[in-house]
Design a protein around this ligand. Sequence first.
Ligand SMILES: [Cu+2]
Length: 256
Amino acid sequence: MKRIILNSTLAGLIAATPAFAHYGMIIPDDPMISQEDGRSVALTMSFSHPFEMHGMTLGEPVAFTVTHEGNTVDLSGDLTAATVMDDEGFTLNYPLERPGTYIFAMEPQPYWEPAEDAFIIHYTKTYVTAYGDDEGWDTELGLKTEIVPLTKPFGLWEHNVFQGVVKLDGEPVPYAEVEVEFFNDGAGATVPDELMITQTVKADADGVFTYAAPSDGWWGFAALNTADYTLPQDGTDKDVELGAVIWVHFEEWTGK
Ligand SMILES: [Cu+2]
């Protein structure tokens, strides 16, 4: 009897877990630009399944901004349409005129996902530091939903932990669920089980989560909450999944 109950519970869990997690993505060619690296950063934007390297369609974003020293500028008119992971995305070459941390953030159009019977909006961001100045690394942008870094979101070694606070409407979200996935770009990573493509951690009572990256590369963190509003699809009101996504690069350990 016990075994049957366990089995049906497992079946329910498997059915409820999407095989592939979607991620809004902003990937810089380099998160730490030094004088020798040049004077700009090249960004690639997509809506994808990062581990499988499978693209979905990213429409023209509602907003694409850069924030530096407290000033936020809209760059959505500067994006160039591009094919990313065989689907529609964007690129941007952005000149870094001064030292400090530049935070790039994207609000995409709501994405209708029939498989989840819901819309998805991933508020996506990443942090880039220029010319050896990390000032502003802990900047909170005040997005609808946002992961605010407690760990400096660049200059991390592989195996380091990354910590952040999940916020929704400016308030920490207790026990928020955070999905974690590796951008398998050229890494050729494989998994022993599909369940390991996306890992999940929960925030604590203060909305703080912790994750240790097993390798260098880009890691995406997506905190998912259901919006307090709906959007119409085919004449019906549908739920909206709000994702707070941050992309963090971990560096290869170059010690012994
Ligand atoms: Cu998808």
